[in-house]
Design a protein around this ligand. Structure first.
Ligand code: GLU
Length: 296
């Protein structure tokens, strides 16, 4: 089977160093196997999005010579696919409406314990929709880290597939899209290790073979927080991509010699593709990058 990988940014802001690491890692992993590298914009949550961020992200990928295969897919245009699956599960009794508030769940220990499972609520109130967990996943194999455990309470939970406010849940959309796009491996940041259990459960409930997973180290700021758009991580420079590219490749475990540093952007990327190996990745799942003023 030929390799299909993807980079799936949420357009909550421009690409920052952490998302460049995810873009590069997924690109190198796909291209080193002569695979396809797809880009999917995960614009599922309009209140958390920034106007114009999708275009900015795509411009940045182009500026860094990360050329995707095929057309960019937007989750905002795929609600029909998600809704259809939810309706099928509702009809089969596999999914159900839930009126529990976040506050009530917090008060009962932080995990939803199936309170509305047998309530048979009808769907005309603004209820959330949950999936009956019939295939809990307590661990999975990661290409770098080997077997990773998922907390039992999290794995057992009937999780939300459509929120009370009508937004589709990330886990559902990611899995339906990855199946629809024939993705064979998911390469992304280690912040998404926990949701992987639920995603594998979804594959099993949908009767599909799960993809393989590779989680890349997560870039932290100097206070130990994830670099993220919500934390206002600085956007990377589109006009002078080389310094951030080199820092991100070092972060991914490449030894960047001065010869490589002097090469053109396209040559550096091509060199990265031919030299990429999973074993070069740091063992740690969280790292604070030490940016040098002169990366080369
Ligand atoms: N859209 C998610 C994010 O930006 C990534 C989803 C994934 O790679 O599975 O964090």
């Amino acid at each position: 089977m030929s390799y299909i990988g993807r980079f799936a940014p949420s357009p909550s802001g421009p690409l920052h160093f952490g998302s460049l690491v995810a873009a590069l890692g997924s690109y190198f992993q796909a291209k080193s196997q002569q695979g396809q590298w797809l880009v999917r914009i995960e614009d599922l949550d309009p209140p958390r999005e920034m106007a114009g961020a999708s275009e900015l992200i795509l411009n940045t990928l182009e500026a860094y010579q990360l050329h995707w295969d095929g057309e960019v897919v937007y989750q905002s245009q795929r609600h029909g696919l998600y809704q259809q699956q939810i309706e099928q599960w509702l009809q089969q009794g596999q999914a159900y409406y839930c009126q529990c508030t976040r506050k009530a769940i917090k008060a009962s220990g932080g995990f939803y314990l199936g309170t509305c499972r047998n309530e048979k609520l009808a769907g005309n109130e603004p209820y959330a929709i949950r999936l009956k967990m019939t295939h809990p996943v307590y661990h999975f194999d990661d290409q770098k880290h080997g077997q990773l455990a998922i907390p039992k309470a999290l794995a057992d939970e009937d999780f939300i597939i459509k929120r009370r406010d009508g937004l589709f849940a990330y886990n559902l959309a990611v899995v339906l899209d990855d199946i629809d796009q024939d993705v064979t491996e998911v390469v992304r940041g280690a912040d998404l290790i926990e949701p992987t259990g639920r995603q594998i459960s979804l594959y099993q409930m949908l009767g599909h073979q799960p993809v393989s997973y590779l989680h890349l180290p997560l870039a932290l700021d100097e206070h130990g927080n994830k670099l993220s758009k919500q934390n206002h991580a600085p956007a990377i420079d589109n006009n002078n991509p080389k310094p951030a590219l080199i820092e991100a490749m070092r972060f991914l475990g490449f030894e960047m010699s001065s010869d490589i540093c002097q090469a053109s952007l396209a040559e550096i990327i091509a060199w990265g593709v031919s030299n990429w190996q999973i074993k070069q990745l740091p063992n740690s799942t969280e790292i604070t990058p030490r940016f040098s003023n002169r990366p080369c």
